[in-house]
Design a protein around this ligand. Sequence first.
Ligand code: DON
Length: 310
Amino acid sequence: MTRELSKDYLDQLVADVHALAADDPNVWGAPASYIPELAHIDPAQFAISVALEDGMILSAGDCDVPFSIQSISKVFTLSIALGRVGDTLWRRVGREPSGNPFDSVMKLEQEKGKPRNPFINAGAIVTTDALLSGHAPKEALSEIIHFVRAAAEDDDIHINKTVAASEKATGYRNLALAHYLRSYGNLDNEPDFTLGVYYHQCAIEMTTVQLARAGRFLASLNDVPKLIAPAKVRSLNALMMTCGQYDGSGEFAFRVGLPSKSGVGGGLLVIVPHRGSIAIWSPGLDSHGNSLMGTYAAERLSRDLGWGVF
Ligand code: DON
């Protein structure tokens, strides 16, 4: 039997997550350790917000704690890039799931420097590079943060520079990917410049309330900021469904049945076409680098409310 969304429903979901963890603390998973600033975040945190068509937002848990959106930023940069360079982006980035981890270099050599999709790191670095061309890094970053603030209709959204610096200090994998891309002629700017913008976009911090609001433009709702053309909303949802969880995308589609994007900060943006946008945060991750309890909650909510698209 499907249930109705309500504040009580979300409070119960949060209570159930904490009850599971009380029985077995391992259910939280562990925060990302390769970005030192994220490694010491307490994994026992959980928040959920749902933004609906009528402007209503229902939330429960730690929904006023800002977290590092990390790869969820790739949805925003892709939205801006598709608006700016349009379909020419697809000459540089593919649209197929990779089946490899988000930071893998393997297919990049086999496929001559063209990343499989815009959500794996290599593809996101190319997308950011496209935004950077013709601009100073500061201008590109300012465009990104303004887009996010406009989507959320909230100016109180900022970049955590300590997190960006922390990732840069240990970002050997991304540096390798950027140099590799450049060697194939698929990076227009110097790796340090493109990665500088990329690390800062990943270090944007938002609460689940802000992220749920910011996701509404992808749900084709009326009365929300029209930030990109309807055809591009469709493309983004297709990419989120097939590639948004990296090598966990098939499993996520199977369990949740909704387009989504994850980040190693433990955030999850889930789009419910024509209904609303869901943001979930729990910092502990699974083996793909996606939020463990976030995925659990997305699956429960989608099943309980009958919101999956299949
Ligand atoms: O480039 C990185 O590795 C991070 N800034 C973002 C990766 C990420 O969020 C993967 N998501 N689950």
